[in-house]
Design a binder for this molecule. Structure first.
Ligand SMILES: [Zn+2]
Length: 245
């Protein structure tokens, strides 16, 4: 539970200070918060084509998804990309995706190495580790666009529905996972139509909202219009991403 916004899925305040990988950034965090993006300032742009605006990044994702839907993907030269990326990375989009094996963000958007900064967890919700990961992407890698990518027939959302609606008891750590999705299920309960489809959509919308208000780092970049955060739902049948926000 976040003490700042009350959201059960995130804990905004401590996420910034206690993530160990920011320590790996060599103490840059304290001095560079909200200033220009550290690695970019140091010239770490191995993919110059990825230094684009949030809107341009969104267009690239849409174009890549179109190629994927039509099975007309680019041929990727991984040999050259691996070499170019040894010294750093500047991905043009961050994607929060479900862990579902049927959804592969790099395939879905027909991207190469160094293009997407991907965080995956069953149910694609933003807990504090996901928030911290995207703080790193936005602050230190210059990523201009974040995407929450839900998908049709999500088993994690379905499990959350069974827990909330039917009182199902899940084994192991699953109850903790579905608690993150409970607000989306509760929001979808009164809506007409398929509860699963509506809860999947609500989960994407709520997660986008959670990321946008994730203080202090991401919310600051959103307020300055330096990044965009959008949501989409992947269609299992044809590979199309329906953009919902
Ligand atoms: Zn899923």
């Amino acid at each position: 539970m976040c003490t700042q916004c009350g959201n059960p899925s995130v804990n905004h305040a401590p996420a910034w200070s206690r993530r160990h990988f920011l320590k790996l950034a060599g103490g840059m965090a304290a001095g560079l918060a909200f200033s220009s993006r550290a690695l970019l300032a140091a010239g770490e742009t191995p993919k110059p084509e990825n230094v684009i605006s949030p809107d341009e990044a969104f267009e690239r994702l849409k174009t890549g998804n179109r190629r994927y839907v039509e099975s007309a993907m680019k041929r990727h030269d991984f040999l050259a990309e691996r070499k170019a990326l040894i010294g750093g990375q500047n991905p043009f989009a961050g994607v929060l995706s479900c862990a579902d094996s049927r959804v592969g963000p790099e395939y879905v958007f027909d991207t190469g190495l160094g293009d997407l900064f991907v965080v995956r967890v069953a149910g694609n919700f933003a807990d504090e580790d996901a928030v911290a990961s995207f703080e790193y992407a936005v602050q230190f890698l210059g990523t201009p666009l974040l995407v929450v990518l839900g998908h049709e027939k999500c088993g994690a959302v379905d499990a959350a529905i069974k827990t909330v609606k039917d009182g199902a008891e899940l084994p192991g750590h699953l109850p903790q996972l579905v608690e993150h999705i409970r607000p989306a299920v509760e929001a979808a309960l009164p809506e007409p139509g398929s509860l699963l489809d509506n809860a999947i959509r609500e989960n994407v919308l709520l997660t986008v909202k959670n990321l946008k208000t994730a203080t202090p780092v991401i919310s600051q970049y959103v307020a300055q219009n330096k990044i965009r955060i959008i949501g989409g739902i992947y269609k299992l049948s044809d590979g199309h991403v329906e953009w919902v926000i």
